[in-house]
Ligand binder design. Structure first.
Ligand SMILES: Nc1nc2c(ncn2[C@@H]2O[C@H](COP(=O)(O)OP(=O)(O)O)[C@@H](O)[C@H]2O)c(=O)[nH]1
Ligand SMILES: [Mg+2]
Length: 329
């Protein structure tokens, strides 16, 4: 099968930092065009330089606004920023948030910024996988920071969040209490908490609540875990921001840096990234099998489907066919 594009050439252009090539590359990954894995493979050796930051939380918490403000901050430090937005309601796709101080539209024309939103449906191999690979391509293209903005609802979204080096969970005073966030699994993925919209009442109360929940969790750690080396323990910051006015952004960036330094100093970064590579291999294997199985499914004649056999018998028969194709290659 001849690839739909030349992976070697496109990889070269992505590595050279051409935004158009990067955009095309991500589309090939999303569509699983022939040759997309060859592209990822060629760029594999160039990944690992970018710091990946996950920003997750309920809809409307201000994730996009926070992402935009953080991006501004990084641009001022002459850092290049890639943004992957996995949120159908993201203003990164729908244009500027009218009336807001920080406009996403402005960011998208900055030379040091690359914004990509991922469709939450489609993507046969799974949204989380495609998103991680989009981040890989941005990394290979030389973006210093890759921000993954994702909704904090559902396993696929949380999966994306935890694939970052550092995950910030954004909550707002009006989004219900900390217990709600705990139920949604957000507490499990957080490396730091951002209470955004702290210009609204209730921010201090929410901060205390999260602190209490976290201290209970900390007290419940299995024995031996808590009294390990003090440096091994990450003390989770809880901080307040007003993203729409870029307040607290510097502190936010500092905490992100501190967490990254901590990851590096404890060698957790290395472990984390090794695990991530294993995970990529696992995902690629599943995606490949799923694609082959689908091919067989499409070839299955109506006859098979109309044969009156139970769905399970049909699946078994097709699976046997699938196995034969495995044996043949
Ligand atoms: N009052 C206030 N509004 C904010 C703040 N941050 C964001 N917003 C507004 O909240 C709304 C949702 O923000 P958005 O970034 O789209 O949230 P997302 O769904 O989490 O990405 C927008 O109208 C923002 O302007 C804040 O700190 N204070
Ligand atoms: Mg958003």
């Amino acid at each position: 099968m001849s690839p739909a594009f030349d992976p070697g050439r496109l990889a070269g252009r992505i590595a050279a930092g051409e935004p158009l090539a990067l955009a095309r590359g991500i589309s090939h990954v999303e569509n699983e065009s022939d040759g997309f894995e060859a592209l990822l493979e060629r760029l594999d050796g160039r990944t690992g330089r970018a710091r990946r930051i996950g920003i997750t939380g309920p809809p409307g918490a201000g994730k996009s606004t926070l992402t935009a403000a953080l991006t501004r901050h990084y641009l001022n430090q002459s850092l290049k920023v890639g943004i992957v937005a996995v949120d159908p309601t993201s203003p990164f796709t729908g244009g500027a948030l009218l009336g807001d101080r920080i406009r996403m539209g402005e960011l998208s024309t900055e030379p040091g910024v690359f914004i990509r939103s991922m469709a939450s449906r489609g993507s046969l191999g799974g949204l989380a996988t495609a998103t991680r690979e989009a981040a890989d391509l941005m990394d290979a293209a030389g973006y210093d920071r890759v921000i993954l903005e994702t909704l904090g609802v559902g396993q696929a979204e949380l999966d994306i969040a935890v694939s970052a080096d550092t995950t910030a969970v954004v909550l707002v005073p009006e989004s219900g209490d900390g217990v709600q966030a705990m139920k949604a699994g957000l507490m499990e993925v957080a490396d730091l908490f951002v209470i955004n919209k702290s210009d609204r009442p209730g921010a201090d109360r929410l901060e205390k609540e999260i602190a209490i929940i976290m201290s209970i969790r900390f007290a419940n750690r299995p024995p031996g875990d808590a009294d390990g080396d003090a440096d091994e323990v990450w003390r989770m910051p809880i901080m307040q921001t007003v993203a729409s006015e870029a307040r607290g952004i510097e502190e936010f960036a500092e905490h992100l840096d501190r967490h990254f330094d901590w990851l590096r100093s404890t060698e957790k970064l290395e472990t984390h990234r090794q695990t991530a590579r294993l995970r990529r291999a696992h995902d690629a294997l599943l995606r490949r099998s799923r694609r082959d199985a689908q091919r067989i499914w499409r070839r299955a004649s109506r006859e098979t489907l109309d044969s009156g056999a139970s769905p399970y018998a049909t699946a078994r028969r097709l699976y046997e066919e699938f196995r034969k194709t495995l044996g043949g290659t």
